[in-house]
Design a protein around this ligand. Structure first.
Ligand SMILES: Nc1ncnc2c1ncn2[C@@H]1O[C@H](COP(=O)(O)OP(=O)(O)OP(=O)(O)O)[C@@H](O)[C@H]1O
Length: 360
């Protein structure tokens, strides 16, 4: 059997963490009918899946498959290839990034910011975009649970490979803690953790990066503002006017660090009654109010991106790690999130501060 036919079969095997064909990653050696697969590190969570996919791909050739691990030189070569010419630990989301970056903040906790962010990320990935999600809610991380992620990130030396769920690359402080212990970190440690999330994680080329911000207007918001100069802010609020006042402040902090505001999302807007009428449990007008105030503050129009109703399936999906946009797309909350994702996907990347790529 020709080595090139075996290689063509293996071109279809995708590394689940790096999202690239294992043949492009120099993870495969083919000598006659013997295939050796070299994993990046021993015991990586993706090992079993890669082995099963390789065996399935070469079954028709009856090749022997041996699993092995890269040596340091091979790992260094792979890391250099993944960095695509960039220096180690360089921030891939600096001014000349082509990734559209959004900071999702709320001011007040418990308004559903994490559920909305997780579902938006999954909805964008479902539309075919390459999406990354950073859970920067250092004190209340809930994204891994909402997306059913139990794996820890694989480390290839200093490079961190993010787990992938529903086609979204996800990183959260919760993945680095043992036994879910609470985090009590000072500002510089927080800054370092956030910087590591952006610079040491292998994101590859992304269309969108969403950041689930911690509630309030603290150190993390300022660090992210500095590290993500092209980011835009999305503010999540409930219809309650008291929540809206706090939400306005989270948009205002973004303005101070130079971020523009994409818009405001209202969550928990109403509950649809059995007779089809809407019960406005938390009142009404919160998002309109925040949008109007932020329009005045920023001097440019801040729209309401959408209103998401209360939904029992949304809450159940979040608890079970099954985002509603995929598990129950006909649910009114899921379709509202889908429409907001569509608006985000139509947003144009800001060109401010960007070097134009000119080809002659
Ligand atoms: N539209 C909705 N309908 C029903 N339940 C919702 C809705 N949005 C969020 N929830 C539920 O509300 C709770 C809080 O949501 P979530 O954790 O996303 O909020 P948060 O704003 O990120 O909170 P924190 O900042 O404290 O982490 C969760 O149990 C979630 O499932």
């Amino acid at each position: 059997m020709s080595e090139s036919a075996i290689k063509r079969a293996l071109d279809k095997v995708i590394d689940p963490e790096l999202r690239l064909p294992i043949t492009d990653l120099d993870m495969v050696e083919i000598v006659e009918n013997n295939v050796t697969v070299k994993l990046t590190v021993a015991g990586c969570p993706a090992a079993q899946r890669i082995e099963a996919d390789v065996r399935a791909a070469v079954a028709e050739f009856e090749s022997t498959v041996t699993m092995s691990v890269m040596n340091q030189t091979e790992r260094d070569a792979l890391k250099a290839k993944l960095r695509n010419g960039k220096a180690p630990r360089q921030n891939p989301f600096d001014t000349d990034t082509l990734t559209r970056v959004y900071l999702v903040g709320s001011g007040k906790g418990g308004v559903g910011k994490s559920s909305v962010t997780a579902n938006l990320a999954v909805a964008l990935a479902d539309k075919g975009f390459r999406v990354g999600l950073v859970d920067a809610d250092i004190f209340g991380f809930s994204i891994p649970g909402q997306l059913g992620i139990k794996d820890k990130p694989t480390r290839v030396d200093e490079m961190i490979l993010p787990p992938v769920a529903f086609d979204v690359k996800v990183i959260s402080i919760g993945m680095f803690l043992d036994d879910n212990k609470p985090v009590a970190w000072r500002g510089p440690m927080l800054h370092r953790a956030i910087e590591q999330f952006l610079c040491d994680v292998y994101w590859g080329d992304l269309d969108f990066l969403l950041i689930d911000m911690p509630p309030g207007t603290g150190d993390v918001a300022i660090s992210l503002g500095q590290l993500l100069p092209t980011a835009k802010t999305i503010v999540v609020t409930t219809p309650q006017l008291a929540a809206a006042e706090v939400a306005e402040r989270s948009g205002a902090v973004g303005l101070q660090t130079g971020q523009s505001i994409l818009g405001v999302i209202e969550n928990m807007s109403w509950l649809v009654q059995p007779d089809g009428s809407r019960l406005e449990i938390f009142g009404s007008g919160g998002a309109e109010d925040v949008a109007a105030r932020l329009t005045t503050l920023s001097g440019s129009p801040v729209p309401v991106l959408g209103q998401i109703p209360l939904s029992i399936p949304l809450r159940e999906g979040s608890d079970a790690g099954n985002p509603i946009v995929l598990s129950d797309p006909a649910d009114p909350a899921a379709s509202a999130i889908g429409e907001i994702a569509l608006k985000i996907s139509q947003d144009k990347i800001g060109l401010a501060g960007k070097k134009l790529r000119v080809s002659l």
